[in-house]
Design a protein around this ligand. Structure first.
Ligand code: GRF
Length: 187
């Protein structure tokens, strides 16, 4: 099996990146992490790229030609699949057109509920019975692309935002890898 060269975009801690790197080490896992891109030079997740000798690029999204820089790097590393793992920037329309059905994102709620930020706070305020995570294709609507996989759990009476985040992230690590396997099966 030929593994797809994949780029993971991050902005922060990178725990999803860490788990994707682990999954990608398994022989028949369909992707190889060939590049990591961060818009934050202090992102802790960059450490996982460094520790695993994965090339990485830090971009400054305030600079006008930052997207061309990304495109050049993707070309250089023959990237054909992109995972957004805690990437806090919007992907432009032009970029999306170049990568239709090849960019996926992980979101910490059961979409279409709670798109955007501060999901755990809103889940608690809304007195939801269940929450979880969603892996979905990225389109030009915020957290709005076709859903690939969702995983959920029941909320306990004493769960606070931190507990919800921990429980959700544990599910995210499995959901991301399973979603990748699922979509590659049909490619
Ligand atoms: C994840 O919880 C994901 O759902 C959200 O951002 C978080 C990133 O966490 N989009 P990490 O950087 O992978 O630890």
């Amino acid at each position: 099996m030929v593994k797809k060269n994949t780029c993971v975009f991050i902005s922060g801690y990178g725990s999803n990146l860490r788990h994707l790197i682990q999954s990608s080490r398994v022989n028949n896992f369909p992707i190889r992490i060939s590049l990591v891109i961060s818009n934050n030079k202090n992102a802790k997740g960059l450490l996982y790229a460094k520790m695993n000798s994965i090339p990485y690029l830090i971009i400054n999204t305030k600079k006008r030609n930052f997207e061309n820089k990304i495109l050049n790097e993707l070309k250089k590393h023959k990237i054909s699949f992109i995972c957004l793992a805690g990437y806090m920037k919007i992907i432009s329309k032009k970029f999306l057109q170049l990568f239709t059905k090849t960019i996926i994102n992980i979101h910490p709620s059961l979409l279409p509920k709670f798109k955007g930020l501060n999901t755990f706070e809103r889940v608690l305020k809304n007195k939801e019975k269940k929450t979880g995570c969603t892996v979905h294709f990225v389109n030009n609507k915020l957290d709005g692309g076709t859903r690939i996989i969702q995983k959920s759990f029941f909320i306990n009476k004493n769960d606070n935002e931190k507990i919800l985040k921990d429980k959700t992230q544990k599910l995210e690590y499995r959901a991301f890898s399973e979603a990748i396997i699922k979509i590659m099966r049909y490619n």
